[in-house]
Design a protein around this ligand. Structure first.
Ligand code: ARG
Ligand code: ZN
Ligand code: CA
Length: 324
């Protein structure tokens, strides 16, 4: 803010003294330049003075630049331009195995970092057909801020968000506008996990829930023991839809993911063909946003990366993750 005020002040000074700038007069009268003279700022000052809309835009742009700089200073934007998402893990446990260890939490964060950077070792399995449209590095990273643990007598949870409120036996989210909150519960029946989408950004229920057996790798339950339930749910949190669009031949709003008839399970064999609207396509069942086993999913597409980036952009719905 201080910097912004200074910027406006500087501009005012420019406007004030541009009529009696002797150096400028000298240059203007010389047809061949003898030294460098760039009138951009001076012309800008005139434009800004006469156009309030332009002035408003200028101020907004400076605010954004300052925010970005602040985020960089806080380490929220990495040197490579990736957004460093702060994670708060909330553990609700009844048994010791449900009280997942710090090591297992670190393991899960490492899986998220590899999968979203495209450095997962199984990325080598991406079919050549899809290698040109793979996301590679989605430019988001995750780092653990803190872990909150709470014992409970509850044996089973549902998808009613009870785990997200202390008033219903859960743990309240920590600053959900600026932290990505992740809850681990013992069991949710047949549900591995669920997430809120960006329209819920900053609300008390914002975040991802994962059942303990499907969290992390060590001690997790096969075939969901590679930490990919979190990758899938964080995909939703960052605005990705299921690849089949939750409908027969539905749309996931991503143009480079081939339209497919429905979700896939287990470990399908490549190539797998689906026909939608009379068009036969080889489908991307190995995408994290399908329902296949952890070992069978290993990629995001470039189009999905664009949606992720739009979500965490300084103009995006989850811009709050960039500054805290
Ligand atoms: N919400 C999905 C479910 O509960 C998550 C699917 C995750 N898939 C996976 N292979 N881990 O079924
Ligand atoms: Zn899902
Ligand atoms: Ca698609």
């Amino acid at each position: 803010m201080k910097k912004l005020l200074f910027g406006v002040f500087t501009l005012g000074t420019l406007i004030a003294c541009n009529s009696n700038d002797s150096t400028e007069t000298l240059t203007e009268n010389t047809s061949i330049a003898s030294r460098r003279s760039c009138p951009s700022e001076k012309l800008r000052a005139e434009r800004l003075k006469s156009d309030p809309k332009l002035m408003a835009k200028y101020i907004a742009n400076e605010e954004k630049a300052n925010k970005f700089e602040q985020a960089l200073k806080l380490g929220r934007i990495n040197a490579d331009g990736s957004v460093d998402i702060p994670v708060v893990v909330n553990v609700l446990y009844r048994t010791t195995s449900e009280n997942v260890s710090d090591a297992r939490i670190a393991e899960q964060i490492a899986v998220l970092n590899a999968d979203f950077a495209g450095t997962n070792t199984d990325a080598s399995k991406i079919p050549t057909e899809f290698s040109t449209i793979k996301a590679g590095d989605t430019k988001v990273r995750f780092h653990l801020i803190k872990t909150v643990r709470k014992a409970t007598t509850k044996t089973s949870w549902s998808t009613n968000d009870a785990m997200k409120k202390s008033s219903t036996g859960g743990i309240d989210a920590t600053s959900p506008a600026s932290y990505f909150n992740l809850w681990i519960v013992g069991s949710m029946g047949g549900v591995l996990g669920y997430a809120t989408f960006p329209e819920s950004a900053g609300t008390a229920v914002d975040g991802v829930v994962i059942a303990a057996p499907y969290f992390g790798k060590t001690g997790a339950t096969s075939p969901f023991n590679l930490g990919r339930t979190a990758t899938h749910e964080v995909g939703h949190y960052l605005n990705l839809r299921h690849i089949w669009g939750d409908a027969t031949c539905g749309s996931d709003l991503v143009s480079d993911t081939p339209t497919q008839t429905s979700e896939n399970y287990g470990k399908p064999t490549y190539p797998l063909y689906n026909t939608c609207g009379g068009v036969k396509r080889s489908v991307m069942f190995m995408n994290y946003m399908d329902y296949v086993d952890d070992a069978a999913m290993f990629m995001f597409s470039a189009g999905q990366k664009a949606r992720i980036q739009a979500t965490v952009a300084s103009s995006g719905p989850r811009a709050g993750l960039r500054v805290y």
